[in-house]
Design a binder for this molecule. Structure first.
Ligand SMILES: Nc1ncnc2c1ncn2[C@@H]1O[C@H](COP(=O)(O)OP(=O)(O)OP(=O)(O)O)[C@@H](O)[C@H]1O
Ligand SMILES: Nc1nc2c(ncn2[C@@H]2O[C@H](COP(=O)(O)O)[C@@H](O)[C@H]2O)c(=O)[nH]1
Length: 206
């Protein structure tokens, strides 16, 4: 019998493309999804809360978590560490819930190695000019950091082929509906496989 595990969904894409915006609207529509709150060494932005937006750690604390194997993946992104707590993801999936990660590309590729059965979605900007406008208008980064993030963005976009799905975030509502359809169709796909597997076992028993 196949275990009734949840599905791991990974949303990534360049900084400023709208991952957080899409994820928040998706969770309004699908509150049954579980969001994995990441660890980071970056400074807290105005309006962010420890334990809701991130678990904020010092560099030393983060490196200890890495050493103890407590992170499912981690990456150094523009001079800060970001990582996914392993226990939360594994326990929540085992309890039968879908888990949603919102992470950058180096981390997503690590998850792919350990969890190839995960569903990898790349959020793509309508254009690089629009991407720049979104990061700049968000007003959270200095000019230097905006440029560093845009430099990363170009490398990240080159890795897009490693993903199962690409969704353009032109209008938020539309992008969210597309992600929602992906979630639904992945469930249907897995239910179908499970049915076929059960039938195979029954046929063998006869
Ligand atoms: N479809 C959209 N059209 C216009 N603006 C958008 C759209 N999606 C998001 N934005 C805006 O773009 C900015 C960046 O969005 P958001 O913070 O969600 O991006 P992100 O990918 O999560 O960024 P980061 O990776 O840096 O955390 C925000 O100001 C948000 O309101
Ligand atoms: N590899 C990981 N990347 C993560 C994680 N949590 C967030 N992120 C990504 O980092 C960048 C920068 O985030 P910001 O909050 O400073 O704008 C962005 O692409 C996030 O999606 C994680 O656990 N692992």
């Amino acid at each position: 019998m196949i275990e009734e595990k949840g599905i791991l969904f990974i949303l990534s894409g360049p900084s400023g493309v709208g991952k957080g915006t899409v994820r928040k609207e998706l969770f309004n529509r699908k509150p049954d999804l579980k969001y994995s709150i990441s660890m980071t060494t970056r400074n807290r932005r105005t309006g962010e809360t420890d334990g809701i937006d991130y678990f904020y750690k010092s560099k030393e604390e983060f490196e200890e978590l890495v050493e103890q194997g407590q992170l499912l993946e981690y990456a150094k992104y523009v001079n800060n560490y970001y990582g996914t707590p392993r226990a939360y993801v594994e326990e929540t999936l085992a309890a039968g819930h879908d888990v949603f990660l919102e992470i950058e590309v180096q981390g997503a590729l690590q998850v792919k190695e350990n969890f190839p059965e995960g569903v990898f979605i790349f959020l793509f900007p309508p254009s690089l000019v629009e991407l720049k406008n979104r990061i700049v208008n968000r007003g959270t980064e200095t000019t230097e950091l905006v440029l560093n993030r845009l430099k990363e963005a170009r490398k990240e976009i080159e890795m897009m082929d490693a993903y199962d799905y690409v969704v353009v975030n032109d209008q938020v509502e539309l992008a969210v509906s597309k992600v929602q359809s992906i979630i639904q169709s992945e469930h249907l796909k897995r239910e179908r496989i499970e049915k076929q597997y059960k039938k195979l076992l029954e046929d063998e028993m006869e």
